[in-house]
Design a protein around this ligand. Structure first.
Ligand SMILES: [Zn+2]
Length: 426
């Protein structure tokens, strides 16, 4: 099956594969109809998702090492008619594995993408875990392991959703794709952003994307992220004149110079936010000055700060306002900036309607839209796709010791993804 995959070879479309006789590696019932918890179809969705999740957890895929996860996934997608493009990027020794896989259906329609990451964050001290983080372990209805929630459960559920969709004869129009990277938890330089550049060059039109980040808070389905704030980081160096602390007239203290400007930066309302975003926030992360000696006025002050900004502000506007403020305070300074991510917002439309209805049908939960939290790869995909949302399992244990997820949530998660696909692709 790997022979059907290409490496950075655009190639012709593979065309739909017949649905009969799919060599489905996972054990499942191809039941297109909704099922209630405890029915045979529900149990099979659960066991299929669980089997794949266990295989993924067993792969020690610490960023940027994919550890074979994407090949495992490609081997499942090829028999379903997906055309797979493995796209390794980055320097030797720290290569990032990426996978773009697409399956086109017969009639014209939207391209719907499942996006996610196969990499996981480090375990932390192994002695603190109650079981090996790379040996999937069951305790009291939960499955434990690094990536169990962030985000191997989502990937497994997405695979099972697509298998069910195709086997059930759904998916009549448009196309269905996967965009996976092994560098979401790291620098995010050679991952999703590079694949998005490649897709843009190919002229691939994306219409809707579901990122499988764990967004649920207390119950599966209680929150969808329909956007994220932007992130803009700055480093400010304020220049003074070093000197003896007993002769301040011969020195110029950059800490004293900066203090009133700092007070004004902290007090500034950068914007008021809007219906979807909290107001923009400015925070200092590090501040340093001083030689360590008690009798020396330092010659410079270095401040690291970060904006988490709403769509009411732009990075250019924020940069100009900070520079103008510092200039007005008469400071001698240098500023350098790193734009970590642009904000994005998906307004209620076809994707959010389909996903909200799917969540309600499977769980009875009325979902909440939110743009809170940190950045995700959604920021890159939103540059080439008009509708991007994030949805996945409960996030309470992500990045922690003893990361876990509820086994009972796996089947509903797979079916929420499948219902959403069916609503968009027929
Ligand atoms: Zn994640």
């Amino acid at each position: 099956m790997a022979a059907s995959c290409s490496t950075r070879q655009p190639g012709p479309s593979a065309g739909p594969a017949p649905t009969a006789g799919i060599p489905c590696i996972l054990t499942m019932t191809h039941a297109p109809s909704p099922s209630s918890s405890g029915s045979p179809a529900a149990i099979d969705d659960e066991s299929a998702t669980l089997a794949l999740l266990e295989q993924l957890i067993s792969r020690r895929s610490l960023t940027p090492d994919d550890a074979g996860c994407q090949q495992l996934i490609a081997d499942l997608l090829v028999p379903l008619g997906f055309e797979c493009h493995h796209q390794p990027y980055g320097p030797a020794g720290a290569t990032v594995d990426n996978l773009w896989a697409i399956r086109r259906f017969g009639a014209p329609g939207p391209t719907v993408v499942f996006a996610g990451h196969t990499d996981v964050v480090p375990t932390g001290p192994l002695a603190a875990w109650h079981s090996d983080p790379f040996v999937p372990t069951h305790r009291a209805g939960k499955i434990y392991g690094r990536g169990a929630a962030d985000m191997k459960a989502s990937i497994a559920a997405m695979l099972v959703a697509v298998q069910g969709l195709i086997a059930g004869g759904q998916g009549k129009r448009g196309a269905m794709a996967f965009l996976l990277t092994s560098d979401e938890e790291g620098p995010s330089i050679d991952g999703t952003v590079r694949v998005c550049e490649w897709l843009r060059e190919r002229g691939e039109q994306l219409d809707a994307c579901i990122v499988g980040e764990p967004t649920s808070v207390e119950r599966l389905g209680d929150m969808i992220k329909n956007g994220r704030r932007g992130s803009l980081t700055g480093r400010l160096t304020v220049r003074g004149v070093q000197g003896h602390i007993a002769y301040p007239q011969l020195a110029d203290n950059p800490i004293h110079r900066f203090a009133p400007a700092l007070a004004e930066l902290v007090a500034t309302r950068w914007d008021e936010g809007n219906d979807h975003f909290q107001p923009t926030s400015w925070q200092v992360s590090n501040i340093h000055a001083g030689t360590g000696a008690g009798n020396v006025i330092p010659g410079e002050l270095v401040v690291d700060f970060n904006f988490r900004y709403s769509t009411e502000s732009t990075p250019e506007g924020l940069r100009e306002r900070v520079e103008a403020l510092l200039t007005r305070h008469g400071l001698q300074f240098e500023l350098s900036w790193v734009l970590g991510g642009l904000p994005f917002l998906t307004r209620p439309g076809a994707l959010i309607a389909a996903m909200s209805a799917a969540i309600s049908a499977e769980t009875g939960v009325t979902t909440e839209l939110s743009t809170t939290g940190g950045t995700s790869d959604g920021r890159f995909i939103a540059q080439i796709c008009p509708q991007v949302v994030e949805f996945g399992p409960i996030n309470a244990s992500i990045h922690k010791i003893d990361e876990h997820g509820a086994v009972a949530d796996l089947a509903p998660l797979a079916r929420i993804y499948r219902r959403t696909l069916a609503a968009l692709l027929g």
